[in-house]
Design a protein around this ligand. Sequence first.
Ligand code: R5P
Length: 257
Amino acid sequence: MDFGMKNRLSRIFKPKTGKTVMLAVDHGYFQGPTTGLRNLRATVTPLIPIADCLFITRGMLRTSVDPRSDVSICLRVSGGPSILGELSNEDITTSIEEAIRLNASGVGMSIYVGASNEDRTISNLGRLINEAERYGMPVLAVTAVGKEMGRDARYLGLACRIAAEMGAHFVKTYYCEEFYKVVEGCPVPIVMAGGKKIPEIDALKMTENAIKEGASGVDMGRNIFQSDYPVEMIKAVKAVVHKGATAEEAFEIYLKK
Ligand code: R5P
């Protein structure tokens, strides 16, 4: 791995702990103005100083994030269908040149294992990695978005392993029972997506479990920005990820709202 790739990865995974708290705010690329992100700038501005990395599209980055912010960027570079269409029908929408121009530390795209366009999305991942590696740009493969396809260790393990086999530098997936099995079968770091909004204590417990079972952090969206107290929630998540706090200890941080 060359200097550029390692240096970019260290902007995402903090060298002190080897972990990351990514704030996912890319939902609008297929969902439109999602609850909590209608005014993305207003929601995200107070969270930026706490997050290690923002997962965001180029349009929202350009229009809604202060370029002087000291936060790393992982750029969502796939898209196409809206929530009204066939989600798996995605293609790559943003070039590596654009990612470099925007000073991204990584790029991310979805693969749809088990969906109608799984083959095209997986070969698109391979092509994106071929290009990204020429520039030392890490690639995040996002797995298991969309239709519920039995989010168990068998399915998520399959999806994450395929992403790693294609050469993804890190993978995002959901938490599940026996999550450690997903981690075992995937030789690159896994970050946990949060999924639908659940009570804060439950989201913190899920984070604690994921970290204990080998996750390298989170790429969490709705459970942070749809919380009544997003700043306190991301601080609590950060304590679990970087300091090994238990969910109960982290919940105390949340309660300091
Ligand atoms: C989904 O396509 C997006 O990539 C989100 O970034 C991902 O689902 C994580 O967000 P959340 O924690 O809200 O599930």
